[in-house]
Ligand binder design. Structure first.
Ligand code: V47
Length: 339
C-alpha cells in the first residue's frame, strides 16, 4: 500500500472508514471478540531513560521508586496462574542495578513456579537496553530469553518510528530500525510478537501512517506479528504537554486505518486500559477484534492517568462483549481459542 493512499483513508467519513475496516475484521474473525486471562508484572520503575510521555518511571512527578525481587515476581505469577491467568506479561523500566543475569534468572524462576504459564516478556526497548549496557548482540539476548523460558515478546517500545519525532519524545530509547531488527530476529527464531504505536500526543496522521507502513513491510517479510496495538497516549504525570487530547472520532479512525493498512496482521487490539472499556468496545465495530485481558494489575497507563489499576473481572468483560452484540472468546497468548 502506498503512503498517500493510506493517508487519504483519514479523509473518509468515520462510518465509511469503519465499514471498510469492519469488512476486513469480519472476514478474519466474524463476530468474535478475543480476550485473555493475564497478569501484568512490572518488576521495576527505576529507569535510565527519560521518555517524555512516561508517568511510570520514577522521577520528580512519580517519586516512588521500586524494584521487586525474583521470589516476589515468581510468587505473583504462580498465584495468578492459580487464579486462572494463562499469561504473565512482564515488562519494566531500564534499571542498571539489576544486572544482566537477573533477567534470565527471573524468567527461569517464573517458569519454575508456574511451568505452564505463557511468558510474554521483554520489549525490544529492554532487549536493546541490555545489549547496549552489557555490550552484547541482540541475538545473544534473544537466545538467552528463549533458553530461560520467554515464549513471546510484547509490542511495547515502538512508540513512533519517525526518527525526528522519536528524538523529541524518547531520544535515549531503542532506535526505530533496531526495534524492527529485534522483532525480525525474534521471528527468525520461530517466535511470535506484537507491535504497538503510541498515538495521540504530538504526532501527525502522516507519522502514524509511516509507522504502520514500516510494520506492514516487516510483516510481509516474517509473518511474525500476532497483533497490533494502537496505544492511546495518557496525559498525566509526565513531561509531554499536548494542546488537546484526541477525540473519539480520531481514535476510532486511527484504529480503522490500522486495520486496513495492516491487513497482513491478523489481530488489532483495542487496549481497554488506555481507551476505557467503553471505547474499546466501540472499537470492535471499527476494525479491532481484541480487548487485551483481565490484567489483574496495571501500572504503566494508570501512572499516566488511566483508570485501569485493578484490571477487570472476566465475567464482567464477557457480559460487556456479549451485550455489545459480539461473541466473547477467551484465547491463549498466541490466539488459540480456549472458550
Ligand atoms: O511502549 C508509556 C506505553 C507501552 C504511556 O504486546 C504509554 O500485548 C499511554 O506495549 N500513555 C508498554 N501509553 C505497554 C505495551 C503493551 C500493553 C498491552 C499489551 C501489549 C502486548 C503491550 O506503554 C510503552 C509505551 O508506549 N506508555 N507511557 C502513556 N503516558
Amino acid at each position: 500500500m502506498l503512503f498517500d493512499e493510506a493517508l487519504k483513508l483519514y479523509d473518509l467519513d468515520l462510518f465509511e472508514l469503519g465499514a471498510r475496516a469492519d469488512t476486513i475484521r469480519r472476514a478474519y474473525h466474524q463476530d468474535k471478540v478475543f480476550y485473555n486471562k493475564n497478569r501484568h508484572i512490572n518488576p521495576t520503575n527505576i529507569c535510565v531513560d527519560r521518555c517524555k510521555f512516561c508517568g511510570f518511571s520514577a522521577h520528580r512527578k512519580n517519586p516512588n521508586p521500586y524494584s521487586m525481587n525474583i521470589d516476589e515476581i515468581a510468587k505473583t505469577a504462580a498465584a495468578a496462574w492459580q487464579r486462572g491467568a494463562k499469561e504473565a506479561h512482564i515488562v519494566g523500566a531500564h534499571n542498571k542495578k539489576l544486572g544482566l543475569d537477573w533477567y534470565f534468572d527471573m524468567f527461569a524462576a517464573v517458569k519454575k513456579a508456574a511451568p505452564n504459564i505463557h511468558l510474554k516478556a521483554m520489549t525490544a526497548a529492554e532487549v536493546d537496553f541490555l545489549a547496549r549496557t552489557y555490550n552484547l548482540s541482540f541475538e545473544e539476548i534473544l537466545d538467552r530469553m528463549i533458553a530461560s523460558g520467554v515464549d513471546s515478546m510484547p509490542g511495547g517500545g515502538a512508540e513512533i518510528f519517525d526518527e525526528a519525532l522519536r528524538r523529541k519524545i524518547c531520544g535515549g530509547k531503542v532506535k526505530s530500525a533496531d526495534w524492527l531488527r529485534i522483532h525480525e530476529l525474534w521471528h527468525k527464531r520461530g517466535r511470535k510478537s506484537n507491535a504497538s504505536m503510541l498515538f495521540g500526543h504530538i504526532e501527525t496522521r502522516a507519522h502514524r501512517v509511516d509507522h504502520l507502513l514500516r510494520l506492514r513491510a516487516l510483516q510481509e517479510k516474517t509473518g511474525g506479528f500476532n497483533a497490533f496495538i494502537p496505544l492511546l497516549y495518557q496525559t498525566k504525570n509526565n513531561f509531554l504537554e499536548i494542546e488537546k487530547p484526541l477525540d473519539a472520532e480520531e481514535i476510532l479512525k486511527t484504529i480503522a486505518v490500522s486495520r486496513i493498512v495492516l491487513d497482513n496482521i491478523r489481530h488489532i487490539k483495542a487496549y481497554w486500559v488506555g481507551l476505557t472499556l467503553n471505547l474499546a468496545l466501540a472499537a470492535q465495530e471499527f476494525g479491532a477484534d481484541d480487548m487485551d485481558g483481565t490484567i489483574e494489575r496495571e501500572s504503566i497507563n494508570s501512572a499516566a492517568g488511566a483508570a485501569s489499576k485493578e484490571g477487570v473481572d472476566e465475567r464482567f468483560a464477557r457480559s460487556l462483549i456479549a451485550n455489545a452484540g459480539f461473541l466473547p472468546i477467551e484465547r491463549d497468548s498466541v490466539y488459540n481459542e480456549i472458550g
